[in-house]
Ligand binder design. Structure first.
Ligand SMILES: NC(=O)c1ccc[n+]([C@@H]2O[C@H](COP(=O)([O-])OP(=O)(O)OC[C@H]3O[C@@H](n4cnc5c(N)ncnc54)[C@H](O)[C@@H]3O)[C@@H](O)[C@H]2O)c1
Length: 278
């Protein structure tokens, strides 16, 4: 199918690792229903470099406002960071566009989640939050009212952890590993580790909320990739999920799994056909 015949026009907000991978998927023959029509990144050289790799020749915009005013764009994929959620998400949904959120931690700040939900109900927009780098979201969502305990334990190489209260956590030869560097609520976890722990936000939004969902972060130089273990229990039973994810070669904080999950969400975003899973 010619790119111009594809129905859904997509804008990519943030042309880094995830934005580029998703744009490349949409541009491919595998995705028949959408085309990338606009790109925005604070660093315009990234938008330009991505545009040069795509067949659909999308417009490189200089501001998010250009995307908001583009009536052809129906879906904005955010792959920029939690600040972008704060700054742009409400305007995107107010403009009647659908939104896919990758920086899920940004949804836990202030009242933004409730506000977006209310604006989307008014504007008819859908907001997609892919399950990201973890499995089990469908099960947690299905029995959220029966759950008493949800604990996420994330193990990462210390060099890939960015704690904004202290900066990059480098492997320190004077310390013993594995080392627990955080235990607290999902809400506090996303505030301190905004680029590492989006999965905590996703699990908490699917389940028992960001204050009751507990998160443990372990720095471990021996783990290869990003390991996420979920334990959930309640009157419906006990669940344990473990993911050992391969990091993306260009950004070791991002699991390749998160990109695959977003592609799967993208495939079903038009809401047609058979949908497997909750
Ligand atoms: N949901 C999940 O499971 C999951 C998994 C991995 C990463 N993430 C999150 O997805 C987001 C993107 O990850 P990535 O690996 O592609 O990061 P990346 O650093 O490779 O790319 C981010 C891009 O966004 C741009 N950017 C940053 N702030 C911006 C803004 N306000 N407006 C416009 N552009 C902006 C940057 O210049 C960069 O090009 C991050 O927030 C990351 O934490 C989510």
């Amino acid at each position: 199918m010619n790119h111009m015949d594809r129905q859904i026009r997509v804008a990519i907000l943030g042309c880094g690792t995830i934005g580029s991978e998703l744009a490349t998927f949409i541009d491919s023959d595998e995705c028949q229903q959408a085309q990338v029509s606009a790109l925005y990144d604070l660093d315009q050289s990234r938008s330009i470099s991505l545009r040069n790799k795509l067949l659909s020749n999308p417009r490189v915009t200089e501001s998010i406002e250009e995307i908001l005013l583009d009536a052809d764009v129906s879906l904005v994929i955010e792959a920029a960071g939690p600040d972008a959620i704060q700054s742009y998400s409400k305007d995107i949904v107010l403009a009647g566009k659908h939104l896919m959120v990758m920086s899920v931690g940004g949804l836990l700040h202030g009242d933004i989640y409730a506000e977006l939900d209310s604006i989307a109900s008014e504007s008819g927009s859908q907001i997609f939050v892919p399950s990201g780098a973890v499995g089990g979201i469908d099960a947690i969502k299905a029995c959220r009212d029966q759950l008493d305990v949800v604990i996420l334990t994330t193990k990462k190489h210390p060099d890939t952890i960015l704690d904004i209260s202290v900066g990059n956590i480098k492997k320190d030869s004077d310390r013993k590993y594995p080392r627990e560097i955080f235990y607290g609520t999902a809400l506090d976890a996303v505030k301190r580790f905004p680029f590492n722990i989006n999965v905590a936000a996703t699990i908490s939004l699917a389940g028992i909320g960001p204050i009751r969902t507990m998160v443990k972060i372990v720095a471990d130089p021996q783990v290869s990739g990003n390991v996420h273990e979920i334990y959930a229990s309640g009157s419906s039973g006990i669940m344990r999920f473990t993911m050992e994810n391969i990091p993306h070669p260009e950004n070791p904080r991002t699991s390749y799994m998160a990109i695959l999950a977003a592609i799967e969400t993208m495939k079903h975003s038009s809401g047609r056909g058979i949908r497997i899973g909750t």
